[in-house]
Design a protein around this ligand. Structure first.
Ligand code: HOZ
Length: 433
């Protein structure tokens, strides 16, 4: 068993100071039981906690550490930027260069606005879509998570789902009534919403590959059908690529599936681990944003010089090394296929969904294509599995309804280590009932 005494003591202190003891709900381990591990240090694939335990990291700060932790190129860029000031609240050269690079890597983004988080990006994208169309309603999918903006906390995934409260307290009826929801991968349900709300829908937002109800891939033709519907009805199609952007391919999920959204939201990945977000897309829509247009949105820390230095360093590296996506694909395939095979050998036939370097092991033998499917999982068994993996030095997302993220720091030896731990942990989780 791990010695987690310092983590436990910190959590006890934190609970007296911070709601639930954490600054973001999933971290509290509520859906897997036990108390969270407090981290101290990370390098490459390895995390070290405050008690000195080491773990191979499969969260990678929920996506952005594509190159593993503390890559030299990012650290150097940050140290070069540091002496030039931490914040200006004024335009900088690097913001222009970053916008150019984003546009080059994601061609649907003709104009882009930098913000500070994925939540901010999604809230602002919706406002831009509403300003552009003059319409009020949006469509989102059950189990998709677009940050904690009021409009998105309706049938939301991620922590909102594991807390068992997909409809957050504090969201007014007035806001909630403008958010329409459909099951993921269900085109007829979207058609029905559009038909029932003629000329009223400003935007349709989705994770083109969902990471927030566990990993769920779009069914064949799903994204294409949404694109066609949005074009036909003048609805702004928004891809939330906060987790998939620059990760699934250098151009994100939209490049992988060959679909051009009207707007895209980006988050932590473009900060290389520092707090950044962005939204961008069609020039005519983005020209509605202030001061070019009448949709107001602003922020002192937007385009922060340290965050853009880190983000640019990682983005440039990804752009210049397309071969790393092939390596990520091979590593992730070994991990996911190995997991599936081990489960089958143990007579469990669990579902493993994977797209590129994101995957999930669902504790159900049924296919998982939407939230209803995901909810069929044996979450108690997942909790036991999570702790068995943690005890073996593997740090997974502490919830059945999150994806795992693979970094280029995962070597073949670490894949073997993971698969050994997976076999033992699955067996333990099912013998310990
Ligand atoms: N909402 C994030 C996962 N989908 C978790 C964020 C965090 O706890 O850092």
């Amino acid at each position: 068993m791990l010695n987690l005494s310092t983590s436990s003591a910190l959590f006890d202190r934190a609970k007296t100071l911070i709601p639930g003891g954490v600054n973001s709900p999933v971290r509290a381990f509520r859906s897997v039981g036990g108390s969270p591990v407090f981290m101290q240090h990370a390098q490459g694939a390895w995390l070290t906690d405050v008690d000195g335990n080491r773990y191979v990291d499969f969260i990678n700060s929920w996506g952005p550490m594509i190159l593993g932790h503390a890559p030299q190129i990012v650290l150097e860029a940050v140290s070069q930027a540091l002496p030039q000031s931490l914040s200006f609240g004024a335009p900088t050269r690097r913001e222009v260069e970053m916008a150019e690079l984003i546009r080059e890597m994601v061609p649907s983004i003709e104009k882009v606005r930098l913000v500070n988080s994925g939540t901010e990006a999604c809230m602002s994208a919706i406002r831009a879509a509403r300003g552009y169309t003059g319409r009020a309603k949006i469509i989102k999918f059950e189990g998709c998570y677009h940050g904690h903006g009021d409009a998105f906390l309706i049938a939301a995934g991620s922590g909102a789902l594991t807390a068992g409260e997909p409809d957050s307290a504090g969201v007014t009826q007035g806001v909630a009534q403008d958010t329409l929801t459909a099951p993921y991968n269900d085109v007829p349900a979207v058609e029905a919403l559009i038909a029932a709300n003629p000329g009223q829908i400003a935007a349709l937002i989705l994770e083109p590959v969902v990471g927030n109800m566990g990993l769920v891939a779009p069914a064949d033709g799903f994204l294409r059908a949404l694109r066609a519907l949005c074009t036909e009805y003048g609805i702004v199609l928004i891809f939330d690529e906060v987790m998939t952007g620059f990760r699934l391919t250098s151009g994100g999920a939209q490049q992988l599936y060959g679909i051009r959204p009207d707007l895209t939201t980006l988050g932590k990945i473009i900060g290389g681990g520092l707090p950044v977000g962005a939204y961008g897309g069609r020039e005519d829509i983005m020209n509605c944003v202030a001061p070019a247009g009448k949709v107001y949105q602003a922020g002192t820390l937007s385009g922060n010089p340290i965050a853009t230095a880190a983000g640019m360093a990682q983005l440039r590296y990804l752009h210049e090394h397309p071969e790393l996506y092939m390596a990520l694909e091979a590593t992730s395939a070994r991990l996911a296929d190995g997991t599936r095979q081990i489960a089958a050998e143990l007579g469990l036939n669990y579902t493993v969904n994977r797209v590129g370097s994101m995957f999930s092991l669902f504790f159900t033998a049924e296919p998982v294509t939407n939230l209803e499917d995901a909810k069929k999982c044996d979450t108690a068994a997942f909790g036991r599995y999570f702790h068995a993996m943690l005890n073996r030095g593997i740090y997974l997302a502490p919830s059945q309804f999150e994806a795992l993220f693979v970094s280029t720091a995962i070597t073949d030896d670490l894949v073997d280590h993971y698969l050994r731990a997976c076999r033992e942990s699955l067996a333990e989780a099912h013998s310990a009932k």
